[in-house]
Design a binder for this molecule. Structure first.
Ligand SMILES: [Zn+2]
Ligand SMILES: [Zn+2]
Length: 367
């Protein structure tokens, strides 16, 4: 079938809206009509060259939609089902899956980064040439074929814009606070970066009962968003931030510091903002090949711990329904997170708004 998609060809060139050919779902695959796709920084990393990927590729890895047809051997889903999509399909059989770390699944990491379905081939093409799928989803398109391993059902009364954000920002951020850091009640938390992931970390830390919620960003609009999401203190980014955070936390530094940008210089500043014995959680994706300098002398003497978090250490099949329920019960303000919607044709404008910091999360919506 013919579909409409935003295609990425090379860094620093705008996304191009094109008509592509989409093959029918193969065995174990599902054809989905996309309803909403979040405008996430991880797609933008293609544009800057920070993430390298085979091209042409259709980005978009934060999506939700409705099942149109199920391929051979798909028993769990049928036409009309609403889905929240995971960008990290897991096999359920490998070492990591068996140890409850499906976001580290070793089986599917190869095809995922090759930009193909799990069988190593693409369903997208243009003039007979393959077009690749970013993170096995390629949600910046009106129709997609995805592995059933990416599909998690979502109740029909949940807006699909909200479901889309559960597919990446919310799970990455709330999961970082609840699954990775296991934030304790009464603790102090500092979050660097108030985009979709940073605001979701903030929501997760608040849900966990943190009492001091400090958010740092370089854009005043985003600090205003942070206040609306429950930050107790906001700080403009700069060299004075560590001293300001220590002053707010009895001179010690925060119990938990989250970095949701992926900038080595900010990651290094986090070390001065966390208290001895505290935890730094790196949630932002740094450019491939970049390095961050954490002095071992400080880590050892002050027992500071640095950890990474990928997809919020989540199990999508378990955590998407949990975060959906928390939303339905008013515990996660995901309606507020969807701060602006755009048609696919305005995707370049949507990314410009993300970079300017004028949105909490922009979402591409389809008719
Ligand atoms: Zn994302
Ligand atoms: Zn696995």
């Amino acid at each position: 079938m013919k579909i409409k998609a935003a295609v990425f060809y090379e860094p620093h060139k705008p996304f191009v809206i094109e008509t592509l050919e989409l093959a029918p779902p193969g065995p174990g695959e599902v054809l989905v009509k996309v309803a909403a796709a979040g405008v996430c920084h991880s797609d933008w990393h293609l544009m800057t060259g920070a993430t390298k990927h085979v091209t042409p590729v259709v980005p978009g890895h934060e999506g939700a939609g409705v099942v149109v047809a199920a391929g051979e051997g798909v028993a769990r889903f049928k036409a009309g089902d609403h889905l929240c999509l995971s960008w990290a399909p897991s096999c359920g059989q490998c070492f990591y899956c068996l140890n409850d770390r499906p976001s580290l699944c070793a089986t599917y990491v190869g095809p995922l980064w090759a930009g193909t379905m799990l069988d190593g081939t693409t369903r997208l093409s243009k003039n007979g040439q393959p077009v690749y799928h970013f993170s096995s989803l390629a949600c910046f398109a009106d129709y997609i074929v995805v592995p059933q391993e990416c599909c998690v059902p979502v109740p029909k009364d949940v807006p699909l814009t909200v479901a889309a954000l559960i597919g990446c920002a919310v799970t990455t951020g709330v999961g970082a606070a609840l699954n990775t850091a296991k934030v304790k009640p009464g603790s102090s938390v500092a979050v660097f970066g108030a985009g979709g992931v940073g605001l979701s970390i903030l929501m997760g830390a608040k849900l966990a009962g943190a009492s001091r919620l400090i958010v740092v960003d370089r854009v005043q609009d985003k600090l205003d968003f942070a206040v609306a999401f429950g930050a107790t203190d906001v700080l403009m980014a700069g060299p004075d931030v560590p001293a300001a955070i220590r002053e707010m936390t009895g001179g010690r530094g925060a119990d938990y510091v989250f970095e949701a940008i992926g900038l080595p210089s900010v990651q290094e500043q986090c070390l001065d903002c966390v208290r001895p014995g505290g935890l730094i959680v790196l949630a932002g994706i740094s450019p491939m090949g970049s390095g961050t300098n954490f002095p071992g002398a400080v880590l050892a003497r002050q027992e500071k711990t640095v950890t990474g978090t990928y997809y919020g250490s989540a199990n999508p099949a378990r955590d998407f329904p949990l975060f959906t329920e928390l939303y339905q019960r008013g515990k996660l303000d995901l309606d507020r997170l969807v701060s602006r919607t755009y048609p696919l044709e305005q995707i370049n404008e949507a990314y410009a708004d993300m970079l300017a910091g004028t949105v909490a999360r922009g979402v591409i919506v389809f008719d």
